[in-house]
Design a protein around this ligand. Structure first.
Ligand SMILES: CC(C)(COP(=O)(O)OP(=O)(O)OC[C@H]1O[C@@H](n2cnc3c(N)ncnc32)[C@H](O)[C@@H]1OP(=O)(O)O)[C@@H](O)C(=O)NCCC(=O)NCCS
Length: 192
């Protein structure tokens, strides 16, 4: 069956792990991504949930970036069930951040896929891709001061705390403005 991929290009990031597939976005991802983006539990550490049209537009923007750069924030699929599990990938950060230019790793999974090691498995594959295929010297990650699950994941990946900073696109009085920055240099990457 030919699946309705938003952009078909054999050169773009597509990775198979033991339990997961990291791949460009498909039309069929839009429905579960809308649901995930409207879920207060998933979006607890983001300034707001996304409307359906915002979620669709985000997939379209991410797809364009994947096509342009050959990597990006991809869809995550569970091999056993072919379900959409969330998103994961690498992203060149916006120039507003004081640590730019840099490439970040990021993740967002549906709650039913938490607590199974899926985010770790996918993130390891992305780090390996970033270091080995893209030749990056360093990959960073950042999150809000209170996002413990995300910080625990950074630590499990071997990333090291680097600094605290105020998110440049959030008001200083916003309760999520305070962020932490973690970094991993290629020579310190231990693999899975
Ligand atoms: C951040 C997030 C991806 C972390 O997900 P997670 O499931 O906790 O992370 P992992 O995949 O590494 O799973 C680790 C847990 O699975 C358990 N686990 C079960 N089976 C496992 C296996 N086969 N291998 C590894 N760990 C396994 C681990 O013991 C650990 O449990 P613990 O948290 O009770 O210690 C998830 O909370 C999320 O999507 N949050 C919402 C979005 C978000 O905040 N994104 C980050 C914004 S910066």
């Amino acid at each position: 069956m030919i699946r309705n991929q938003l952009y078909i290009d054999p050169m773009v990031m597509k990775i198979d792990t033991k339990r997961l597939i990291i791949r460009p976005w498909l039309q069929e991802d839009k429905k579960p991504f809308r649901k995930m983006s409207a879920d207060m539990e998933v979006m607890k550490y983001f300034p707001n949930t996304l409307s359906s049209s915002e979620a669709d537009e985000l997939i379209d923007r991410l797809s364009v970036l994947i096509k342009k750069k050959g990597f990006g924030v991809c869809a995550l699929e569970c091999k056993q069930t072919n379900e959409f599990a969330g998103c994961v990938g690498l992203h060149d950060i916006h120039a507003d951040f004081h640590f730019a230019p840099a490439t970040e790793i990021l993740w967002r999974l549906r709650p039913k896929f938490w607590g199974k090691g899926y985010a770790s498995e996918a993130a390891h594959a992305c780090l390996k891709f970033g270091f080995q295929e893209l030749g990056l010297d360093e990959i960073i990650a950042y999150t809000t001061w209170n996002n413990v699950p995300s910080q625990n994941l950074m630590k499990r990946l071997g990333m090291k705390y680097s600094a605290s900073f105020m998110h440049p696109q959030l008001a200083i009085e916003h309760n999520l403005c305070n962020h932490v920055l973690y970094k991993l240099r290629v020579q310190n990457y231990r693999g899975l």
